[in-house]
Design a protein around this ligand. Structure first.
Ligand code: SF4
Length: 689
């Protein structure tokens, strides 16, 4: 029996665990003393591994390469040589006929690791010659990256997960940490025990609201109005730190000009939050010796998400809650390695280490290191994954190489996404399970899973952590970066790595932010946070020391925008708002957790539609009854969960089930900057079956 150190593959909390292995089987998981989890795990950490032992799999594991030679034909098992040669030939032909920008690729925010993401974006940029590479950050925290890069200079959490419990005030906005990051929720509880004031802004009475000093139960879709009202109170009541703002921030006059129209009393009808509560919240926030703002997808999955992110960071700037311990802004990243996928340049606008693709010097540096002509590199920002269906329908996108993502379940408006996929000439899926997207692929490239390979993940607080291989893969599968390297070589660009560390050393040489994060240092320290620019640098627990911001002027940028209504509002036919949420026992599209026996037991049937008793009574719906949920785009079956904690007028569904998939109903109104869809708001009806 041996114990292998790993990092949980589910959420961005980055919990360390030990996989106990006997005869190439996982026996159990034990909590380890990681920096972020301190010997604690949630259910997914303890029980989210047994798909590796090939127990009763709901979704089949991909065990060998397969090709569908003709549209409408069957997937046929093939050798690796044939799969690589066929894929390379088809990609080359499409590139030659339609140009590099007609091919889209994705990295993965899940169990594959940073090295693979680096290799995937290198393949896109260095072999296909396109910046069309993206990841699921687009549909979750893309707005946090885009907003914070402008206002503060970096698109990541400014603080550490460990800092949360020492902050004296937590403003938790659109973030249900108990379900999405249970170990972060433990830090919130510890903060409360340490005397912190907790202010929760959420339409539902979420778990954290139970321990909150104030719960501001705002109406869905009114985030910008409430954030502006917060700003109004800070200025009108002189609660802001005038000295700090004068020294470290810019844009106060323009900010004041916008928020002056958002007196809490004037926008009460819009936000649904009594004015005295808004004022009290800001008095508490401003008076705290240290305050932290945390947010989740209740902020980012809206058509006005980037504006709200900028508005939230402005509250931190106005009160001087940046650039020191126990304060800051915390967009808590969703999937375990979504921070890492962004760090590795699986973004259409940035190379690894957040270096801009439109900067000729940056392009020249990467071209030289990769041994390619700089003229061959794409000098424009690439396509985002949410744009692909539209482009495919219009004939502008021809091929899609998808690694470790399942857009046919996780993207908004699945009817539209399906049409987009039908219009594509060639789809390659590299994954571990026969996901909804794999079912329509022309080529399947089966990869090793978390547990069957090692590497480096980045957790939500910018901490790089190594994870080890625990067992040998039992099937005819290869490591993700090995598959990509074979494809690159077959397409005429020789690419070979012996191991993860070779890839890691190549990328850190190219990324000043990560240069000092060696494998050895990660081994010694366990968790090294970027920026870490030199070999003797210990890493950076909090950003913007002494309030020196990484913006062009070195100052934080204050920002407010007028509130915009969501794109589709309720009417007589579709009288309720649908908001998508998580459930604690499963993760993302559920392909991994859905194949774990203990987690299946927790939630063993397709989802729920949560609704308030008032709405349920009006519609004649009883608790646990099967119902239809319909929108202008589709209709699905679900089970009603009638619950006082839900606000009147709204219903909530998870996107973790392929039967009763809420994304059949959602709409793809995209934030104009980040192109993130408004999956937290569309109009639906719920009816009896
Ligand atoms: Fe930790 Fe998240 Fe894994 Fe739970 S799912 S054990 S909170 S990393």
């Amino acid at each position: 029996m041996k114990k292998i150190t790993s990092v949980c593959p589910y959420c961005g909390a980055g919990c360390k665990l030990k996989l106990v292995v006997e005869k190439n089987k996982i026996i159990r998981a034990e909590a380890a003393d990681g920096v972020t989890n301190q010997n604690e795990l949630c259910l997914k950490g303890y029980y989210g591994w047994d798909f590796l032992n090939d127990t009763k799999l709901l979704t089949p594991r991909l065990t060998q390469p397969m090709i569908r030679y003709e549209k409408g034909g069957k997937l046929q098992p093939v050798s690796w040589e044939e799969a690589i040669s066929y894929t390379a030939k088809r990609l080359k032909a499409i590139k030659e006929q339609h140009g590099p920008r007609s091919i889209m690729t994705t990295g993965s925010s899940r169990g594959t690791g940073n090295e693979t993401n680096y290799v995937m974006q290198k393949f896109a940029r260095g072999v296909l010659h396109t910046n069309n590479v993206d990841c699921c950050a687009r549909v979750c925290h893309g707005p946090s990256v885009a907003g914070l890069q402008v206002t503060l200079g970096n698109g990541a959490m400014s603080n550490s997960i460990g800092d949360i419990e020492n902050s004296k005030c937590l403003l938790v906005f659109g973030y249900n940490c108990a379900d999405s990051h249970p170990i972060v929720a433990r830090r919130v509880i510890k903060a409360k025990e340490n005397g912190a004031k907790i202010i929760v802004c959420d339409p539902r009475r979420i778990e954290t609201a139970r321990i909150a000093d104030q719960h501001l139960q705002l109406k869905n879709g009114c985030n910008m109005a409430l954030v502006n009202a917060f700003g109004y109170v800070l200025l009108e009541e002189n609660l802001y730190d005038t000295e700090y703002v004068a020294k470290f921030a810019e844009g106060l006059d323009a900010y004041r000009e916008v928020v002056k129209g958002y007196a809490p009393e004037d926008v009460e009808h819009l936000t649904g939050v009594p004015a005295h509560q808004v004022r009290q919240a800001m008095r508490t926030f401003a008076a705290a010796p240290s305050a932290t703002i945390m947010w989740g997808m209740g902020v980012t999955q809206f058509g006005q998400a980037v504006d709200v992110v900028k508005g939230l960071s402005s509250l931190a700037l106005l009160t001087g809650n940046l650039g020191r311990e126990n304060v800051g802004v915390g967009p808590v990243r969703g999937q375990n390695n979504v921070q890492g996928a962004c760090d590795m340049g699986v973004l259409p606008n940035q190379f690894p280490g957040y270096q801009d693709v439109v900067d000729p010097q940056v392009r020249a540096k990467f071209a030289k290191a990769w041994g390619i002509n700089v003229e061959d590199m794409d000098d424009q920002v690439g396509v985002r994954i949410t744009e692909v269906p539209h482009m495919a329908i219009h004939g502008e996108m021809k091929a899609y190489y998808i690694m470790g993502e399942d857009p046919l379940q996780t993207e908004a408006d699945l009817g539209l996404v399906r049409k987009g996929f039908e219009a594509l000439d060639f789809v390659v899926v590299q994954d571990i399970f026969m996901t909804k997207t794999a079912e329509v692929a022309d080529v399947i490239l089966p990869a090793t899973s978390w547990g069957e390979h090692g590497g480096v993940f980045t957790c939500a607080d910018r901490g790089f952590q190594r994870f080890e291989k625990a067992i040998d893969a039992k099937y005819n599968v290869k490591r993700d970066w090995e598959i990509i390297s074979l494809l690159a070589t077959e397409m005429g660009y020789p690419m070979h790595y012996d191991n993860n560390q070779q890839i890691w050393d190549e990328l850190r040489e190219l990324c000043p932010l990560f240069y000092g994060v060696t494998y050895e240092k990660m081994g010694d320290m366990g968790h090294v946070q970027w920026p870490c620019p030199t070999l003797d640098h210990p890493g950076t627990p909090y950003l913007y020391k002494d309030s020196k911001f990484d913006t062009p002027t070195g100052k934080g940028q204050l920002f407010a925008a007028e509130w915009r209504a969501p794109a589709e509002v309720p009417d007589a036919e579709y009288p309720l708002v649908l908001c998508t949420v998580r459930e604690v026992g499963h993760y993302s599209c559920r392909s991994m957790t859905g194949n774990c026996a203990a987690l299946q037991t927790l939630a063993d049937e397709p989802g729920f539609v949560q609704m308030n008793p008032t709405d349920a009574n009006l519609l004649g719906i009883k608790d646990k009854q099967l119902v239809w949920v319909s929108s202008r785009r589709g209709k699905v079956i679900s089970r009603a969960e009638v619950n006082e904690r839900i606000n009147v007028g709204s219903v909530y569904m998870t996107y973790q089930w392929w039967i009763g998939a809420c994304n059949e109903l959602t709409q793809d109104n995209l934030d104009p900057i980040s192109k993130t869809p408004e999956t937290k708001y569309c109009a639906v009806n719920v009816s009896q079956i």
